[in-house]
Design a protein around this ligand. Structure first.
Ligand SMILES: [Zn+2]
Length: 233
């Protein structure tokens, strides 16, 4: 006798940055296991891939949403929504004490996490005439390897450049090759490069400030959890 198939509930949400509408279902126990395995890894890229695999399974309209291309903030937001519908609104995180390093298990309410700050202005003026327009980083623009070599940072920046303008002339991503773009970046002064760097540094993330009392020494601690890895690793 064939056992009945459980029909998953469908939910929808709107992504805060791209405003795309997502239709999704909660994740299943077998899928949660994959995530736990990814969470045991120290590597950010493993955690990110685990999160992406899980969302690919749970989102119905992946053709429309393109999870690899949406801003990383949207991806984090979506993951938190799916997690809350699947495994509850709280998550237990082990946090190390600043004084004695003893780890205390703290219950974090995911509903209280929010984006810290405003989205940075995405047009950067390099000279009187020349400037660039950036997109927000996505998994597509993130370097594959967990290295912070100059080359991979360069690749990430290049991946986020959407337009280059010179006076009234606008070059969109189809007008130039990656090689041409890199040659363009090579001409930047360190001051101009700094402007670009600030854009990425100011990017808001999902975060929450956690206060807890250490079980080991009784000292009060405070920490800001930021990004998916902090909440679920
Ligand atoms: Zn302590």
């Amino acid at each position: 006798m064939a056992l009945p198939v459980l029909e998953a509930t469908r939910y929808t949400c709107e992504l805060p940055v791209s405003k795309k509408k997502v239709e999704y279902r909660p994740f299943l126990v077998k899928e949660q296991k994959l995530l736990l395995v990814a969470g045991e890894s120290e590597e950010q890229s493993q955690i990110t891939n685990g999160m992406l695999d899980l969302l690919q399974n749970c989102v119905f309209n992946t053709d429309e949403v393109q999870l690899r291309e949406i801003p990383i903030m949207d991806l984090e937001y979506l993951f938190i929504q799916v997690r809350m519908k699947s495994a509850g609104e709280t998550v237990k995180v082990g946090l190390g004490c600043d004084k004695c390093e003893e780890s205390t298990e703290v219950e974090v309410d995911l509903r209280k996490s929010a984006m810290n700050g405003e989205l940075p202005i995405n047009t950067i003026k390099l000279t009187e005439q020349i400037g660039i327009k950036l997109t927000f980083p996505s998994l597509k623009t993130m370097p594959e390897e967990e290295t912070s070599t100059t080359e991979s940072i360069f690749d990430m920046i290049a991946g986020c450049i959407d337009q280059v303008y010179s006076g009234d002339e606008v070059f969109t991503r189809d007008d130039f090759t990656t090689k041409e773009l890199k040659e363009f970046l090579d001409q930047f002064t360190s001051e101009q490069f700094e402007l670009l760097n600030n854009y990425f540094m100011e990017m808001p993330r999902y975060c929450q400030t956690i206060n807890w009392t250490c079980v080991g020494c009784g000292v009060d601690n405070q920490r800001e959890l930021q990004g998916i890895a902090d909440f679920f690793a």
